[in-house]
Design a protein around this ligand. Sequence first.
Ligand code: NAI
Length: 251
Amino acid sequence: MPLDLAGKVILLTGAASGIGRGTAIKLHELGAILTITDVNEVGIAETLSLCGGDASRHTTLVLDVSQAAQVEQRVAEVVSKHGRIDHVFNCAGVNPTSMPLTETTEAYFDKLVAVNLKGMYNVTKATIPHMTAPGGSYVNVSSISGLHPTRGTAIYCATKYGVIGFSKCMALELGPKGIRVNIVAPGYIDTPSNAGIVKGTAEARASMEQGNALGRMGMPDDIAGVVAFLMSDEARYMNGSVVEVDGMLKT
Ligand code: NAI
């Protein structure tokens, strides 16, 4: 039986590209009503068009998740239009550039923390009062780098480990209201911003594929189905779960 998300009001962040866009398309196919947000205005228009282009069903909003006041304002717009939010996909994030810590800057640290961690806090805080309860849920994007250290990515790892700690605490806090909070931890997914990690030489890509039990990198759609499942009633007893979606990296 296909997952049933028909009529569900879902807010997505970071939905102009990659995993956020792929998930928007999947949720559209499952009948949800989407608010597609991102800092990239052109990108969210493209995502809308890939989701059928029906602006009377789906909404696009420019949203920088690191800006608390803007997040509050955008969430108020969603609530004024739909009266509620059923699910949130906290996907906006900055992928790492692999480098030793001594080569990083304070600005780089601040950027990753502001988007990957504070952005999730801003969106969660602003949406909680409007979530369907019981029955609502959050799906937050961590990474395999939120579970295992990866060389040259200490700051990114810190944010993605932080996402898991934050999300598990929210699962405890919101569970009694009937709102679930789960986490997806993707492996290496072929997305535009993953340049530092996956867009290297052909040899680098081949070695990444050989290092994966399934022999390939992931695609955004590989994550999207898992997100849809976690939002659906089929996952009704999953709360605070971290779901690794990485094809099994060989160690
Ligand atoms: P992507 O670059 O394709 O998508 C990220 C989106 O976030 C972009 O559209 C970007 O404009 C948006 N964004 C950046 N800063 C923002 C801000 N301040 N406010 C709102 N939107 C903002 O990258 P991808 O790979 O799809 O990444 C999505 C999420 O998945 C990120 O949280 C990333 O860390 C995570 N992830 C990605 C993996 C991969 O291999 N691609 C692996 C594990 C986790």
